[in-house]
Design a protein around this ligand. Sequence first.
Ligand SMILES: [Zn+2]
Ligand SMILES: [Zn+2]
Length: 468
Amino acid sequence: MVSINILGGNGEIGGNKILLEHKGTRVFLDFGMSFNKNSQYFCEFLNPRKCSGLGDLFEFGLLPDMNGIYREDYLAHMGRPAEEKSLDAVFLSHAHADHAQYIHFLRWDVPIYCTQATRIILECLQETGSNTFSDLIDACESFKFYQNGKGGLSRVDRKKAEYIHQRDFHVMEEGQRISIGSIEVEMVPVDHSLPGSCGFIIYTDEGNIVYTGDLRFHGSNGHLSQRFVEKAREAVPKWMLCEGTRMDSTDKDSEAEVQKKISGLICNCDGLVFIEHPIRDIDRVSSIFSAAKENERDFVIPLKLAYLVEALDSYCPFCIDDVKILKPRKNWGLINKSGVAAEQVAQDYAKWEREFICRSNSITCDDLNRSQKDYVVSMSMWEIGQMPDLKPVNALWIKSSCEPFCEEMELDEERKMNWLTHFGIRHENAHASGHASGEELRDMIREICPEILIPIHTERPELFKGLI
Ligand SMILES: [Zn+2]
Ligand SMILES: [Zn+2]
């Protein structure tokens, strides 16, 4: 019998955790964090306690309490006896936190299957992210001591290589079917607001399953989603797990239109242009890059994005040398002080950042000030603190990201508007969603024509009734 158990992503947008069981084979499709559930109990300064291991996450239903899937260092710290592994694999549709973040809590010997770009993004998230649950590529044993040089006990940290365990990653290629026990899984790329996104077709001798992951048709890779639909239809699926983020939306979005609009807005501005965008949405980043080029401006990106662009290599349509990298003043702010030794400057930056601040295409706020009309600057609330150094004149802020959907984001938006008012910066919008519209979803479902339709990643599952 095929069993499909939705342990996250049911009646909510994200937090996807789908347990698939067939003849003793057990796999998860995605293992994400539910922003919604998490924000009901936690916020920026109130997080699940590490000392509880998995306890706080079980307490509030953020993770399902199951045997044999979670990391043993956490279980031991909770006083739970060692458990035998009970999971054969996890398949990640993409690296957005609501699909992948909680692999941090999984045993490191659980095989993880994903695309190459997804693996790269997870690597970047682990290296440059600010999240505490970021053992995504490898895991460092927690709650362990080692004998230090003075004969005492020290706590294990990432400097102790022998306590770091590589996760068992497997990169999936298009067209390849992976056999796991009694099932076969095929990765099919889709268009979404993150590179490397895919859906899955799962083949069993009792019927096939299609999982859309997150998808859209209006990005620059819309043809991938079209092909996904064709492949899914050819699989004659019994079940279809279909995302429905925008099931209630009729808005016709288009990434090409976003680029056009951004280009026009830049054209009409004679000062600095700031642009706020999802930092890892390379499709959007490329649209901004092209819009800047059309207006003969340089695109200036933050260190985190520089790290990602370089790591993605050919998965990013432009190269790191085609843009400028903004080196912010941090801590002591020695970057633009004359007569300061390079190693003193470097101490202001994290290890991964240091390599970028010496690049020939890295620039400071002072450089931006000197010719404000020559730049388009990637900006967010993470970077906005540099604004007093920029002293913008006739500047424009383009919001190229989604509208706030929770209280915390609304507060952030309000705070941002205060900054913009303070510096006399104009505000405009240009955005397209990462998800297909209701009409596109309905067309896709009719085309794929499954026997059983299972809505996921949606707050409107009732809108899926009567479609097949
Ligand atoms: Zn999602
Ligand atoms: Zn997503």
